[in-house]
Design a protein around this ligand. Sequence first.
Ligand code: BES
Ligand code: MN
Ligand code: ZN
Length: 497
Amino acid sequence: MEIKTYDGKAAEWKGDSIAVILQQEEKCEHLGKLSGIIKEIQSRKDFTGKKGSFIKVPIMDGAVKNLYLIGAGKDEGKSLPTTVRSTIAELMRKIKADNCKDLLVYIPAAASVKDKKRFFSAVGEGIELGVYSFDKYKTVKEDEENKSKLEKVSVAGADDEFLSKGIIYACSQNYSRNLANEPGNMIYPQTLAEHAKELADRLGLECEIWEEKRIIKEKMCCLYAVGAGSEKKPRFIHLVYRPVGIKKAKKIALVGKGLTFDSGGLDIKPSDFLRTMKGDKSGACNVLGAMQGIAKLKPKVEVHGIIGAAENMPGGASFRPDDILTARNGKTIEIDNTDAEGRLVLADALCYASELKPDVIIDMATLTGACAVALGPNRAGLFSNDDDLASEILSAAEACGENLWRLPAEDEKISESMKSPVADMVNCGSRYGGAIFAAIFLQEFIGEIKKGKKIPWAHLDIAGVDFFKENTSIYSKGASAFGTRTCLEFIINRFSI
Ligand code: BES
Ligand code: MN
Ligand code: ZN
């Protein structure tokens, strides 16, 4: 499917369909005959412009066969791009079964928007995110019954450069979604690593993959232990994007939790909780998606994509409660619960990331059910040891229409509960404040830039927003890859291309 700018007059559009995004009480001029029809529909109150309102009007004469009206609610000023992004995604899902090949998206409000780049980037994102579906394993595709497939979407008054930024963002996210939607029998550490290698070869990134022996040799005993119970052995993945012609570029490390399936291990999950645990690799998939976006947008910064990939399974070789593991930085961890495995995998990966001496570390992980309990299905948790970094990430998230909420990464009482009688720390504590415990635990593996000052680090706990059972806003059912665009936006903003 092609997405392009349309420079002509909307009234002279020759394609088969037009979608008009209208706010409440907004008039729609410049559409010739169709403007009259829209006015009539509005006066009959068949379409109000309320957020979520939608009407399809078949047109009997002329080139245009379908007119769609979609409501964007009241003028929301700064949040208009967010509304338009989700409105368009919804539209794309609604028209899937229609006889619509060549669509014009016309947004009258765009004319008065100041930040056109941000606005049309959101439009591009809405289109790509909305058409996404994961149906590769359906032998009879729902789409096959469609009268025709959407071939081209044109956006009135846009600019190809602005649209293309949005398209790159959304395609990166869709790449992550495709991987995260794959089940555990298809994507396991080895195949995840193969995908990383394919991505790196395709986009000219450096790629290093470590198998079991090397993982042990490199003292990544936590990653190894988490993967030990599975037939599918763990992998460590490291991708690098280096900007061309820049000496001493700044460095960012993106770190992802790549649990290709999390059964809980010997502390096995109850069956209701096993469902969707193929999504426990979402953090890793987001890192790969973001690396794709970075390789295409080419910012002036060195970006490292780092993934610890393992399958957490019960078995004769599994790690056990009471075991004591030594992480790559030498710290010892007493295992209280084998289901608190993500933080172990991340511990080794964060040590490795710290050794690269990056200016910023961002990790993404479906880390704790506690975070999902605290924030619900519409917000991910942000934890950071650096206020400036946290606020930059929050504004990047806002621009992307991804909701983050900052939670504390320090707490005396919770730190106290991390003490172990036999090791440097235990891997989990009380249910209360479980997401904060995990964040404080991770921080033990962030290195210092100078004595007493840790590398600026942010942790996105995306448990609870990684997978949706129903279509929600910009996300169609399945893996959301929540966080991919926020990461990209943060990097692009800080190191503008
Ligand atoms: N992968 C889970 C967290 C999770 C829960 C992700 C729900 C997505 C949806 C993680 O490995 C886990 O099992 N965490 C435990 C930690 C506990 C044992 C301290 C949890 O949150 O229950
Ligand atoms: Mn777990
Ligand atoms: Zn997990």
